[in-house]
Design a binder for this molecule. Structure first.
Ligand code: AMP
Ligand code: MG
Length: 488
């Protein structure tokens, strides 16, 4: 088998999914195959690039061993519960066990209508496919848990949105596509057996240590809370805004999933929102931890019957678990910020020092990524690049005096400190205005050079790359992108 499928999800009870056949692209063309990821998965990338591989990546052929299904799930969308969502335009081809022994899903996104499509056409436009490919791979290179992109193809068939756009399919790889909303789907139907079955599946697949715990379902809840708290903290540390943190878009494995209207922040401001459909700012940058906690509360509710036979005792268990979120988030967030400003040791006043910097950055419209990268140079005595980012550079000077006093109490040699800072403060992130320009080039001019170039530069985000300084630049006022649109 060119793809060594083994499909555990398709062996779950029939209400977990519906069989679905991918749409056959009329005249597909390959945009990109992720050779490094293919190797990890034990798939020959030469085969993927061959006509037989392209047929599978574009829905024209079902690979040997694949059992294509659409997964059932529900979800809270912007706070409102929808009892049935499900894969409306994605088809799980199957799972493979990778070279490291980890089970990974292989899914075709934009693969046509499924029993869960509701009014949708099941398709994906080229722009959102390129955005997801590039941003998810950039996240992986930044070391943040995420779904991956194995391949992108154009289908040769137009899709109708506000305008007519080229159609595309993305082959997505995930630890699994099980969401908070997957648990909600069964809980909302009162199907306690299915919730238990799903919980057991998730424990076996993602959190095997929970099986050894005397309270396996409590251990599962704790593990998901810990994974999502750490994930959101890591988003904040690179300025990432997911944009649609609905419960159906939160993976129980703790990976970033469903790149729709996501974007990276330029100027630091916790109120930043990009998504065109998030008018109230529910999913603003600084709200993401609170929303993750809200989503996890929805997960805990689905697990109540498994936590304890006694309802009050179960609620107490859930509250106790959820009470751990704040400390877990702060551990990763403040630990990460500490490393971003070059500190190894831990003093109680550090939080204040870091918050003072962030406040000054907002007041002075400072670019988040550039500042932290420049702070590495400031740590080795070169202040000008950092201070020049402030509207009022003396706001940096005043903060830097306190910072230097703190660094002096930290044991690290200056040269080591700079190197350590450069390993956590990226020089390159997928800047939203550049992502938009990359998409325009591909959609309007069939020009993929910007996509390939960005993919290459963003695969080494912590390296200074003198040939790519343009990709490190924040937008000029007229280049600023005010709104990003959903993948649909
Ligand atoms: P999303 O906003 O991408 O997380 O999608 C929310 C729900 O809408 C999921 O159930 C998707 O499968 C479904 N959906 C999104 N786009 C389409 C589409 N073009 N056709 C059918 N279903 C879709
Ligand atoms: Mg989704």
């Amino acid at each position: 088998m060119p793809i060594p499928f083994d499909n555990s999800y398709a062996r779950l009870p029939q209400q977990f999914f519906a069989a679905a056949q991918p749409l056959q692209s009329p005249s597909p063309a390959l945009i990109q195959v992720n050779e490094a990821l293919a190797a990890e998965l034990g798939i020959d990338s030469e085969w993927l690039k061959s006509p037989a591989g392209l047929d599978v990546l574009s829905g024209r052929a079902i690979a040997q061993g694949s059992e294509p299904i659409a997964q059932a799930y529900a979800g809270h969308q912007f706070g409102n519960f929808v009892p049935q969502l499900g894969d409306g335009r994605a088809i799980l081809l199957g799972e493979v066990v990778d070279r490291a022994g980890r089970r990974r899903d292989i899914q075709l996104k934009g693969a046509g209508r499924t029993p869960f499509s509701r009014g949708g056409d099941g398709r994906a436009a080229l722009g959102p496919v390129l955005r997801e490919y590039l941003v998810s791979e950039a996240m992986a290179a930044l070391g943040i848990p995420t779904t991956r992109a194995l391949a992108a193809v154009t289908t040769g068939e137009p899709v109708v949105r506000e305008t007519i756009l080229p159609g595309a399919m993305l082959t997505r790889v995930a630890s699994s596509h099980i969401r908070v909303g997957t648990f909600q789907f069964f809980a909302a139907r009162g199907d306690e057996e299915a919730v238990r079955h799903l919980a057991d599946h998730v424990i076996a697949r993602h959190y095997p240590a929970a099986a050894e715990n005397p309270q396996p379902y409590r251990a599962l809840l704790d593990a998901v809370i810990s994974a999502q708290a750490a994930l959101v903290a890591r988003w904040l540390l690179v300025g990432f805004i997911h944009g649609v943190m609905n419960t159906d878009n939160m993976s129980v494995a703790g990976e970033t999933i469903d790149y729709g209207p996501c974007a990276f922040m330029d100027v630091y401001d916790a109120a930043t929102v990009f998504s065109s459909i998030d008018r109230a700012g529910r999913y603003a940058y600084g709200n993401q931890p609170r929303i993750a906690h809200w989503n996890l509360t929805r997960l805990a509710e689905t697990l109540l019957p498994l936590l304890d036979e006694d309802e009050n005792a179960a609620v107490e268990q859930a509250q106790d678990a959820l009470g751990g979120f704040g400390a877990m988030f702060e551990q990763t967030y403040f630990g990460g910020l500490r490393r971003k400003v070059g500190l190894l040791s831990d003093e109680p006043e550090d939080m204040e020092l870091m918050n003072a910097l962030l406040t000054r950055m907002t007041e002075n419209q400072v670019d988040f990524t550039l500042l932290f990268r420049a702070l590495g140079r400031a740590a080795s005595g070169e202040d000008e690049p950092a201070r020049a980012l402030f509207v009022d550079p003396t706001a940096f000077d005043a903060w830097a005096t306190q910072w230097r006093a703190r660094l002096a109490r930290d044991g690290q040699a200056a040269a080591d400190r700079r190197a350590a800072m450069d390993r956590v403060n990226p020089a390159f992130i997928p800047r939203n205005h550049q992502v938009e320009a990359m998409i325009t080039a591909a959609v309007e001019r069939q020009e993929y050079t910007p996509f390939h170039r960005m993919l290459d530069v963003l695969s080494r985000p912590f390296e200074d790359q003198p040939d790519a300084l343009d990709l490190a630049e924040p937008p000029l006022p007229h280049e600023r992108v005010a709104a990003t649109f959903c993948g649909t």
